[in-house]
Design a protein around this ligand. Structure first.
Ligand SMILES: Cc1cc2nc3c(=O)[nH]c(=O)nc-3n(C[C@H](O)[C@H](O)[C@H](O)COP(=O)(O)OP(=O)(O)OC[C@H]3O[C@@H](n4cnc5c(N)ncnc54)[C@H](O)[C@@H]3O)c2cc1C
Length: 384
């Protein structure tokens, strides 16, 4: 079959939050941009659906109208409180920040991509999966599964945890010490749901990890469990079995007695930001999960996808102005991400390991809370 060929200034691979926000950051750049997404939207994305702090703030920087429209979506459920539940069932509530909410990823991601697609400089190609990427002195060429060749000056890999761009343009390999795995399912008729609250349950025998219960706008709850891959391999455990074990634990069993799963239990990997990997090189940058930016303690990654997507978009524009797409020029992007995340992630990875090995610390913190500033600090660090 003959291949069709198209030429742009910038190629974005992947239309999740990283890809859409990258496109938005480029909307006033004057550059011609193509976004290639392998699925058709709205598409299911395995996630806890908790849209973290900072997403609205960063969106406001590139497109205030988009940030406002997002907050007015009728598919979001605002969050007011965070609840941590210790292995002994003791609960600690903390008021949460005003701009956080839950939203099913099918709705959230479709909203962002539809918004980004309004920009006249952007062409979106759905059901177009990138198979190969080649970089040479003159530019970048990607080939897709539907026999198209796209050429550009630069490619931005926003293609998630199994990123083709990362695999083909860097030597980074999967390391179970820096990968998580998580499963989630939606439930209806779950009892005892506190209003507008994200619940985190620490359960004896399930470490390092926690079970979350997040309320959704349609009266269902997103229930999930995340674990470190290395721990699962070491203990020869299966995360689906652990999930069902958690629902049977004494503190939760009664709440799930009449609950019904809607759909099925689904899982996905989480590339943690606890190690430093190259996130750019000659004519490319990586964003979001492709750049391993998931918080090693809490497991969230949407905020980092939005931030890195925007930064990569801005940096691509700067490179185009200088007409310099060399690895040395790209490296400034690594530095932006390192300054924002690396030190903090290293600390949070350490904290995750300490707490996982000493689960009693959570119980102790709850008991001491109110008397000791240090225990308060530990609980606060687990949440923030
Ligand atoms: C079970 C689970 C629960 C989670 N819960 C939360 C949470 O509550 N809050 C939070 O902040 N984070 C959470 N995360 C992490 C969050 O889902 C990710 O960090 C986030 O989706 C990263 O966004 P992204 O745009 O980088 O990648 P993605 O959202 O994965 O988007 C990548 C896109 O690229 C497309 N793509 C992939 N390969 C190709 C290709 N070859 N060609 C073209 N397109 C391609 C995909 O179809 C996809 O649309 C969770 C993760 C898991 C697994």
């Amino acid at each position: 079959m003959t291949k069709t060929s198209k030429t742009y200034d910038v190629l974005i691979v992947g239309g999740g939050p990283a890809g859409s926000c990258c496109a938005m950051a480029l909307q006033a750049s004057g550059l011609r941009v193509a976004l290639l997404e392998k699925t058709r939207f709205p598409r299911n994305k395995v996630c806890g659906d908790a849209i973290p702090l900072g997403v609205v703030r960063w969106l406001s920087r590139v497109d205030p109208d988009c940030a406002k429209a997002l907050q007015n979506l009728d598919t979001i459920a605002p969050i007011r409180t965070i609840r941590l539940v210790s292995p002994k069932g003791k609960a600690y509530d903390r008021r949460w920040y005003p701009d956080s909410f839950t939203c099913k990823r099918a709705d959230f991601d479709a909203f962002l991509l539809n918004w980004a697609a309004k920009a006249p400089n952007l062409d979106v190609f759905m059901e177009t999966a990138v198979n190969t990427v080649d970089v040479d002195a003159t530019g970048v060429a990607v080939e897709t599964d539907n026999n198209q060749v796209f050429r550009a000056k630069i490619v931005i890999g926003c293609d998630g945890s199994n990123s083709v761009i990362r695999k083909q343009l860097t030597d980074t390999r999967i390391d179970p010490a820096h990968y998580g795995v998580a499963v989630r399912a939606y439930y209806k008729h779950l009892s005892g749901l506190p209003p507008a609250t994200l619940e985190f349950h620490f359960i004896k025998g399930i470490v390092p990890g926690y079970l979350w219960i997040y309320p959704m706008h349609d009266n269902t709850a997103n229930v999930g469990l995340g674990m470190l891959s290395r721990a699962l391999i070491k203990n020869k455990s299966n995360i689906r079995d652990l999930f069902h074990m958690a629902l049977e634990s004494p503190g939760l069993r009664h709440r799930f007695a009449n609950a019904e799963m809607v759909g099925k239990l689904e899982g996905h990997s989480l590339p943690l930001g606890s190690r430093t990997i190259p996130v750019s090189g000659n004519r490319f940058m990586l964003c979001g999960d492709a750049a391993s930016l998931v918080d090693p303690l809490a497991g969230d990654g949407i905020g980092q996808a939005v931030f890195s997507g925007i930064q990569a978009g801005w940096h691509a524009q700067h490179c185009a102005e200088q007409n310099d797409f060399s690895a040395a020029m790209m490296h400034a992007y690594d530095e932006v991400l390192a300054a924002k995340y690396r030190r903090n992630f290293a600390k949070r990875y350490l904290l995750q390991r300490i707490v996982s090995a000493n689960l009693w610390l959570i119980g102790l913190s709850f008991t001491l809370f109110g008397f000791s500033a240090k225990s308060h600090l530990l609980v606060k660090r687990l949440i923030d």
